[in-house]
Design a binder for this molecule. Structure first.
Ligand SMILES: [Ca+2]
Length: 358
């Protein structure tokens, strides 16, 4: 999505600049600047387009859901009210007091990954009379039923909540359904009464319920940066929901999904969960770490919001060094040169025109 936008920008910039005859030098400098900026941007990377090459089948759940079940060789098993059909996995039906979950049996040892979840939340309940939602997990433990959307509280790892029911009547500043993320080392409890607000890293409202079209969520974790995107408006593009740096998650945890209903209910369906490996280089120092020993945590600066524009991630000392700093300086320098050249040419033209008048 971002890639497409930046390409268009380059073309229009180039077209405009090439018409400016005498401004060849300025055009050259500007084109170089755009190129350098694009290069710099690509360092941060965009959400993947779902490149099948890097799809990890052992961590993915796809129709017709072969390998789902209780046999020793199965890669996914399930619990509770979960119903596996050939076209969807229903974690809960549209009935009261149901809980269900589905869990990958294979621990994930990828350092950088992106999970795309296709889901469907639908039911007969009218506005605000439905609940409670779905949670997507990357946790140390699996198949531990409990009160947090059908999974245990005081979990260890990452949770993304697709909360469809507003419990906190004081928190009217946000509309529901609300998507939020939480990282836990087992010490923090999820506060249902506040819809998890006290422990969330960030979130966004998204109309995910009773949609005619497909609805998707993407979770990317790479170099200490957690990015959540949603595609729920049938536009085939990702919209940013959460983007936060300084998140530490280990390898060797399990992916899962769970859902729960209470007095109010919904069908909570998972259509697919596709895990992609992200090809990211790490420094020797990072490679030598034992990633399975990392404790889930978040390096908050002041509040989660302050982390949002920090692109350096967890390994703060090593990422924004060397050639990246050089590129930043080069960009600034080129920017100044462009302004100076354009200014000089405009000044010269005015002088010439003034001469003609007098
Ligand atoms: Ca709630």
């Amino acid at each position: 999505m971002l890639e497409r936008t930046t390409t268009v920008m380059t073309v229009s910039c180039r077209g405009r600049l090439s018409k400016m005859g005498k401004l060849n030098f300025a055009a050259f400098v500007s084109t170089t600047l755009v190129f350098v900026l694009l290069q710099f941007r690509s360092v941060r990377g965009d959400i993947t387009d779902g490149n099948a090459e890097h799809l990890k089948r052992e961590h993915s759940l796809m129709k017709p859901y072969q390998g789902v079940g209780s046999s020793p060789s199965s890669q996914w098993d399930f619990w509770g009210s979960t119903l596996v059909t050939s076209s969807y996995i229903r974690l809960t039906p549209d009935e009261r007091s149901k809980q269900g979950s589905i869990w990958n049996t294979v621990p994930c040892y990828l350092k950088d990954w992106e999970m795309h979840v296709q889901f469907k939340v639908h039911g007969s309940g009218k506005k605000n009379l439905h609940g409670d939602g779905i949670a997507i997990w990357y946790t140390k433990d699996r198949l531990h039923p409990g009160p947090v959307f059908g999974n245990q509280d005081h979990f260890v790892g990452l949770a993304i909540f697709l909360d469809t029911f507003r419990n906190d009547l004081h928190g009217m500043d946000r509309s529901f359904p609300y998507i939020s993320a939480m990282v836990n080392n087992g010490t923090v409890g999820y506060d249902h009464g506040k819809d998890g607000r006290s422990s969330e890293l960030g979130g966004c409202s998204a109309e995910i319920r009773n949609r005619e079209h497909d609805t998707y969520l993407a979770i990317r974790y790479s170099k200490g940066r957690l990015t959540i995107m949603v595609d729920v408006d049938d536009k085939n593009e990702w919209k940013e929901c959460i983007d936060i740096a300084g998140v530490r998650l280990p390898t060797g945890y399990y992916f899962g999904a769970s859902a729960a209903t209470g007095d109010l209910s919904d069908n909570h369906d998972i259509i697919s969960m596709k895990l992609y490996q992200l090809m990211v280089e790490h420094t020797a120092e990072e490679e030598n770490l034992d990633w399975t020993k990392i404790e889930p945590s978040v390096n908050l600066l002041k509040s989660p919001k302050d982390n949002i524009d920090d692109p350096t991630g967890n390994f703060r000392g090593t990422t924004l060094t060397g050639w990246k700093v050089f590129l930043l300086l080069l960009c600034s320098l080129l920017g100044i040169v462009v302004c100076a050249v354009v200014g000089a040419v405009v000044f010269q033209k005015r002088q010439e025109r003034n001469k003609r008048f007098y």
